[in-house]
Design a protein around this ligand. Structure first.
Ligand code: TYM
Length: 336
């Protein structure tokens, strides 16, 4: 394939349905940053996807800018990667249409995220919500990407993107690599909510989610409110979910020594959860504060933000145009 001589292509995206949190960071952004030197990277803010659940666009622009500034504050270099907004690349919609001809109602209806969202918004089960996986596949296949750094919750969407790519290749000729969910060979990440109920999320569960823009006091408050109990009384007691989650979070932001000290305390039944939460809160503050402060400075520089988005769209647009030439040729929808 034409792209095989170059760096492998990487693509991923984040919806601007709210602002970024620890899950967005450890599920996606951390790998974006690790991959930016070795791969040809396309990272975008999925504003079209957000319309499937958030049709009111009053805060869309502000959210997009916020999310872009956080990508940059986390260390993404816009000279190395294409950082852009989904709606700026019109070819996405064209590929989305072709992929929709290869996506079947039955499989779309069975998608977990569709079923969840349909339950949450029974008054707005729109066609784009149903075909969300085809649009996501279009984002990825538009750059003929091989690796897609995402968290665990996106695994099913990636399987579907792979299926659509295979069906396209089978029907029209080999154009697309089968994209793979990527986490450097490790299992995909799921960052749990502080209250032990599911995952951290942009728009749900806000008190149990640590946002990259939370101030220090709020971070401490959220962590200190996390559910605990009296602690194990007998060595070998399995950890309840909500305690396991705290250990998981500790492992993300604290040193190995700190993490292991609390594991030992737990195993010896001498753990004091108040101390664990204080430690976790301080390490969270140390982790989040520099990102928050940097993002504010970046966001205030509007012309720079504009420049980054324009440059990203130009680079992504070039790649999209090349792929769509191949796609139109393969399908045979080119008459002059
Ligand atoms: P979104 O916006 O829900 O999430 C963005 C990224 O963050 C990851 N993530 C998490 N990872 C671990 N633990 C969590 N608690 C957590 N919460 C979020 C997600 O797995 C994701 O990697 N459909 C996508 C957006 C999208 C996309 C794409 C992704 C649109 N087009 C093309 C990849 C490729 C979504 O809704 O992500």
């Amino acid at each position: 394939m034409e792209k095989s001589a170059k760096k492998p292509v990487v693509m991923s995206g984040i919806r601007p349905t709210g602002i970024l949190h620890l899950g967005s960071y450890f599920g996606a952004l951390q790998n974006y940053i690790r991959m930016q030197d070795e791969y040809e990277c396309y990272f975008m803010v999925a504003d079209l996807h957000s319309l499937t659940t958030h049709p009111d666009t009053k805060s869309l622009r502000a959210n997009v800018l916020h999310v872009i500034s956080e990508h940059l504050a986390c260390g993404l270099d816009p000279d190395k990667v294409a950082l852009y907004c989904q709606s700026a690349i019109h070819e996405t919609s064209e590929l989305y249409f072709y992929l929709n001809t290869l996506a079947y109602k039955g499989e779309l209806e069975k998608t977990t995220t569709f079923k969840d969202k349909a339950r949450l918004q029974p008054q707005n089960i729109n066609a784009a919500l149903l075909t969300y996986p085809s649009l996501m596949a279009a984002d990825i296949l538009l750059h003929r990407a091989l690796y897609v750094p995402v968290g665990k919750d996106q695994e099913q969407h990636l399987e579907m993107a792979r299926n659509f790519a295979t069906r396209f290749n089978h029907r029209y000729g080999e154009i697309f690599p089968g994209p793979l969910a990527f986490n450097f060979g490790a299992a995909l990440v799921k960052v749990p909510a502080l209250d032990g109920s599911g995952k951290m999320s942009k728009s749900e569960n806000q008190n149990a989610t640590l946002y990259l823009s939370d101030d220090d006091a709020l971070i401490r408050k959220k962590v200190m409110k996390a559910k605990t109990d009296e602690g194990p009384k007998v060595p070998g007691t399995p950890m309840p979910d909500y305690i396991e989650n705290l250990f998981h979070l500790l492992q993300l932001v604290s040193t190995t020594e700190v993490y292991e000290k609390f594991v030992t305390d737990y195993n010896q039944c001498s753990i004091r959860y108040g101390d664990l939460k204080k430690q976790l809160a301080e390490n969270m503050v140390q982790f989040i504060a520099p990102i928050r402060e940097k993002a504010i400075v970046i966001r205030n520089n509007e012309s720079y933000m504009q420049e980054v988005m324009e440059k990203g769209a130009a680079k992504a647009g070039e790649s999209a145009k090349k792929t769509m030439q191949l796609v139109r040729d393969a399908i045979g929808v080119k008459y002059f």
